[in-house]
Design a protein around this ligand. Structure first.
Ligand code: 5GP
Ligand code: ZN
Length: 140
């Protein structure tokens, strides 16, 4: 489904033009308008989902395949040294556009991109009860 108020729905479905590096029946991959690094691409599903929780299993299972295709082609053209494939859910996690998108961010030796965080102590690892609860829910 498309959300008529969502800019990424409009871009994904071709209503707003974009620099497209890949398109199929479910996805469009475009150049990020404000790139973190040279060649930064975002992969948008044509169906609206605000985040991973709303996304269909079909789109969720295909988006990484698209990321692999795009990253492989980009690696050949841009000859980058590494690549971050990432995706933000929720404002606290850095999401600013609430239509699910996967970032493909090329990395070059000595670039200035950072995703650094401090590691917590061992005491912050989950307890067995939480692990069991999550596992029961995740496995259904
Ligand atoms: P988020 O922070 O939600 O994970 O990522 C949003 C990304 O979308 C940012 O990297 C931002 O530069 C990009 N972006 C926001 N609006 C537009 C737009 O209209 N066109 C394109 N191509 N990228 C956009
Ligand atoms: Zn949308």
């Amino acid at each position: 489904m498309v959300d008529s108020n969502c800019i990424f729905c409009k871009i994904a479905n071709g209503e707003i033009p974009s620099k497209t590096v890949y398109e199929d029946e479910r996805f469009r991959a475009i150049l990020d308008i404000s790139p973190a690094n040279r060649g930064h691409v975002i992969i948008l599903a044509k169906n609206h989902a605000a985040n991973i929780f709303e996304m269909s299993d079909e789109d969720a299972s295909q988006v990484y395949v698209v990321a692999k295709k795009v990253a492989t082609a980009m690696q050949k053209v841009l000859k980058f040294d590494g690549v971050n494939i990432m995706q933000n859910n929720g404002e606290i996690a850095g999401q600013t556009v609430f239509h699910h998108h996967m970032h493909v961010i090329p990395r070059y030796k000595n670039d200035k991109v950072t995703f650094e965080y401090e590691h917590l102590s061992e005491g912050d690892i989950l307890g067995d009860e939480e692990v069991a609860q999550i596992r029961a829910l995740a496995q259904g």
